[in-house]
Design a protein around this ligand. Structure first.
Ligand code: 3PG
Length: 399
């Protein structure tokens, strides 16, 4: 059930769980993806005359009302996008008397943003602490029994404000962002148009163990680049110099190489690399097939770029998570840039970008508009790709 299934909202207080866990630098929001992503659902509710109460966590304040993790900067950013003032109550208790008063006085079409739900330690203890049950109840009591979960980024958590609250409301539905995320990630993984190519990168194999394992059951081609590729290279007996390597994952890497073979999956690993002497943009660098002793691989090389591009050429579904190298350094960004370009140029494929770093890469490199879907979930999209049921999704439309 989605917001489209709600009716009779005029004058009703609706609680909406968003994921406004946005990067902040000295109180200034660095990335508006998650805020932009929440706008369609909020607008829809406002158009129907609802009184909208928004909640979210930000960072991990662990029950402390830390000012640097206040949601206050989100209110003006949202006001600007909605064209409606977003009220904000700086309430360390989140559901305290001032908040209840402002929520109670909301007029039709008005919006209130609550303070960071994690200012209360109970938030992350749902199911483990009696007080958490009370907190979930308090959150639910702010609205007229209608709860909308639009926080895909938080869907892998079972917390008071996304799961607990659903026990104390009468109607629970998903918002448009959540619906879109489930649709694109779900279709890619469960019902992909083939050939289905997944691209995995990023620093660590250990972050993606279950993702690799699950995707090998689904894809036609699995491309592995970035720091995690060196563990696979070493497992195959290649020299990798000082490149990133997780010694305790070498056996796992071999197991995955075998699984790919058994399943007939085309597993592609780098065949050349751009190595550097030190971890800096201006360090000396070389293109090599085998990393030299004392050097580290920081990007995939030109032959690898061609190999990966060729594998992407006919793809009809692409899921990408994790950069191909240290793309923050312009001298080691070529691999990520070229793979990004190859994905962006696929005109009739569904292209889904999941995970924080690959999303940043796609945006920074200017290809965001060319992708079918850019996920707002980091951990959540990874757990989705692992094939796990996400508690936030499971509870989202349970009544
Ligand atoms: C995220 O940014 O991945 C989500 O907002 C969840 O945040 P968390 O890892 O602090 O629970």
């Amino acid at each position: 059930k989605t917001v489209d299934d709600l009716s009779g909202l005029q004058g009703k207080k609706v609680l909406v769980r968003c994921d406004f866990n946005v990067p902040l630098k000295e109180g200034v929001i660095q990335n508006f993806n998650r805020i932009d992503g929440a706008v369609p659902t909020i607008k829809k509710l406002l158009d129907q005359g609802a009184k909208v109460i928004l909640c979210s966590h930000l960072g991990k304040p662990k029950g402390e009302p830390l000012p640097e993790m206040s949601l206050e900067p989100v209110a003006p950013a949202l006001s600007e996008r909605l064209g409606v003032e977003v009220k904000f109550v700086n309430d360390p208790k989140v559901t305290g008397s001032e908040t209840r008063k402002v929520a109670g006085e909301l007029k039709d079409g008005e919006v209130l943003l609550l303070q960071n739900t994690r200012y209360r330690a109970e938030e992350t203890k749902y199911g483990k602490d009696e007080n958490a049950e009370e907190y979930a109840k308090e959150l639910a009591s702010l609205c007229d029994g209608i709860f909308v979960n639009d926080a895909f980024g938080t869907a892998h958590r079972a917390h008071c404000s996304n799961v607990g609250v659903t026990k104390y409301t009468t109607t629970n539905v998903v918002g448009y962002l959540m619906e879109k995320e489930i649709k694109f990630l779900g279709q890619a993984v469960e019902n992909p148009v083939r050939p289905f190519v997944a691209i995995l990168g990023g620093a660590k194999v250990s972050d993606k163990i279950n993702v690799i394992n699950n995707l090998l059951d689904k894809v036609d081609t699995l491309i592995i680049g970035g720091g995690m590729a060196y563990t696979f290279e070493k497992a195959q007996g290649k020299e990798i110099g000082n490149s990133l390597c997780e010694e305790d994952k070498l056996d796992y890497a071999l197991e995955m190489i075998k699984k790919a073979k058994d399943k007939g999956v085309n597993l592609l690993l780098p065949v050349d690399n751009v190595e550097g002497l030190e971890f800096s943009n201006d360090t000396e660098r070389k293109v090599v097939e085998v990393i030299d002793a004392g050097w580290s691989g920081f990007d995939i090389g030109p032959k690898t770029i061609e190999l990966f591009k060729a594998a992407l050429k006919d793809a009809k579904t692409v899921v990408w998570n994790g950069p191909m190298g240290v793309f923050e350094f312009s001298n080691f960004a070529e691999g990520t840039l070229e793979v990004c370009r190859a994905v962006a140029e696929l005109s009739d494929a569904t292209t889904v970008i999941g995970g924080g770093d690959s999303v940043n890469a796609v945006k920074r490199l200017g290809f965001a508009d060319k992708m079918t879907h850019i996920s707002t979930g980091g951990g959540a999209s990874l757990e989705f790709l692992e094939g796990k049921e996400l508690p936030g999704v499971a509870a989202a439309d349970n009544k």
